[in-house]
Design a binder for this molecule. Structure first.
Ligand code: ADP
Length: 188
């Protein structure tokens, strides 16, 4: 079954930038074409394996490390793993990249780039509203930093493109880099 090796697709960006929306849309598309896909996001991580962690730099680093170890296991098992967590610090993301690449596993960093003003306007979970009122502390973009990737493998500008355009960019990258095949696997 494992004609293709797994890969970790790491979506990083501000809250509300579109990481989860893009990962969900990709997940259903990939399930049609590739039967091993697993999606992780803050909601399932922060309620479970990282429920003991907060949002200090140290805790964020530990959260990213744990998610990185999980994505490594799944990608080793041949899954395409879609991970959407803010992961605001460049150094932490680079640690996860090194973890994968030192085991010969593909790590694709996708910068889900959206201006703070647009993300705040969308505010799908009303978190910016709460952060502005001081009800949430250490909120990325408000009172906590976000360090954009310097050389992301894929750069999506979600305040300038549609979801369909973003998915097309990612799928084209996957096909070009042979992460997925251009046609359905079962046609071989
Ligand atoms: P994140 O996971 O980054 O916190 P979400 O995916 O939960 O962000 O929320 C992004 C919101 O922005 C959703 O309500 C989505 O419908 C909306 N949105 C508007 N335009 C786009 C776009 N071009 N790409 C992705 N999401 C978009």
């Amino acid at each position: 079954m494992t004609k293709y090796k797994g890969a970790t697709i790491w979506f990083t960006g501000l809250s509300g930038s579109g990481k989860t929306t893009i990962a969900i849309a990709l997940e259903s598309m990939l399930v049609e074409r590739y039967n091993r896909v697993y999606r992780l996001d803050s909601d399932n991580i922060r309620l479970g394996i990282s429920k003991d962690l907060g949002f200090s730099e140290r805790d964020r680093r530990e959260n990213v490390r744990r998610v990185g170890e999980i994505t490594k296991f799944f990608s080793e098992a041949g899954f395409i793993v879609l991970s959407s967590i803010i992961s605001p610090y460049r150094a932490h993301r680079n640690e996860v990249r090194n973890l994968h690449e030192s085991s010969n596993l593909k790590f694709i960093e996708v910068f889900v780039d959206c201006s703070l003003s647009e993300a705040e306007k969308r505010d799908p979970k009303r978190l910016y509203e709460k952060a502005r009122k001081g009800e949430i502390k250490h909120f990325t973009g408000i009172d906590d930093p976000y360090e954009p990737p310097e050389k992301p493998d894929i750069h999506l500008k979600t305040d300038m493109s549609t979801l369909e355009e973003e998915i097309a960019i990612v799928i084209e990258y996957f096909e070009y880099h042979q992460i997925i095949c251009a046609s359905r696997l079962d046609e071989d």
